[in-house]
Ligand binder design. Sequence first.
Ligand code: GDP
Ligand code: IMO
Ligand code: MG
Length: 421
Amino acid sequence: MKVNVVLGLQWGDEGKGKIVDVLTPAYSVIARFQGGPNAGHSLEFDNKKFVLHTIPSGIFHNNVTNIIGSGVVIDPVILMEEINGLKQLGVPVEQRLLIAKRAHLILPTHRIIDAASEAAKGETKIGSTLKGIGPAYMDKIIRHGLRVGDILSPAFRDRYETLKQKHIDYLKQFDYTCPIDDYEQQWLTCIDVLRTFPLIESEWVLNKYLSESQKILAEGAQGSLLDIDFGSYPYVTSSNTVCAGACTGLGIAPGKIGDVYGIFKAYCTRVGSGPFPTELANETGERIRHTGREFGATTGRPRRTGWLDMVALKYAVLISGVTHLIMTKADVLDSFESIQVAVAYHIQGQVTRQLPFEIDKPIEPVYKTFKGWNRPIANIRKEGELPVELMNYVRFIEEETGVPVKIISVGPDREQTIMRS
Ligand code: GDP
Ligand code: IMO
Ligand code: MG
């Protein structure tokens, strides 16, 4: 038995939450492998909408174990808000959720460092979600971090105070004051609640499940172009969002990775700063934003919008060894007469089809134009009923990437999903 993986192939918000929820009935375990509350994964069913930040998107299903894996960074306050929200909806979270002891904690001071360092960057700010993600991963890498398992130690409070003091000293370089007292009190209370949850050695648990032939789906956060190593650095997040992140974030050997499902929107969006070669800073972009309701699920910020970028998509497919593609939000393009796709970049007199090291240089995308389908597809449930123009678009993407598009999503609801044979 192998672990299948769901990944975003663009700059996040591709629809991972919806797709994981749709795929969950075929699995007994859903495991989040990286990121933290910077993520916002939306799910819709029965005319209700839910947004998850830290909790895996299989949580609404019976008889499914959801694991927050060791590669995740956890803010206990946000996690408890999520848990309480789910409990109010009648979801028995305690019976369905396991949390890795190796996952690192986001401290109140991590959030302040995030805000202070973004403010100090001015124009060059990353556009972080300000959830303390970068500083928490920084402490993990420089080996100062506190892990979930540490909260069981009698020395936890002392270790917390020591790290907090390091942060206060570090913050002296910034002209930034921010009292943490209220948030800290809440944080410490949530740590007490976290102690009552099953805290596990997730690498052992997951590998045991594998040996019992249980079906496991690994859920990624963010997108491949936000990967710390292969994204548009430094305008990235602080974890490995590519497939390899599932191995390091869960303790799964590379040979135990099975199918890799790569999700992409029929166009592109990006929230926060950084290069975006096919960005449409015009009326067309505004039309996509409006029709696609492109506003951040975590921060509410308007998302930048643009045409599909095959150069970037092919790169993401390559880095993660994507075996199946999933296209979302095709319905957002319903009313467009024509649709454009970048097939190459024109950079300083040269044409390339390979994503270059620096994508912040002036890039002129080379576009291929497709005829739009010009009719609503949100109510279609059968592949054979999809417009021929949309299928031409899909076939082109398959030919360019060499990977089949297995699912076409035509709306935010669970039901608005077409599985291709
Ligand atoms: P995630 O971070 O990858 O889980 O994606 P988000 O939840 O942040 O953003 C995706 C948004 O698009 C959410 O509001 C979803 O409800 C919505 N969505 C997902 N799939 C589709 C689709 O096929 N069509 C439309 N119109 N909306 C979709
Ligand atoms: P999901 O899982 C879209 C972006 C931020 C910023 C950069 C760094 O919902 O797809 P960070 O808070 O990680 O330091 O921010 O990454 N970003 C996301 N953009 N979707 C996300 O998650 C994101 N998580 C982080 O906007 O540009
Ligand atoms: Mg999102």
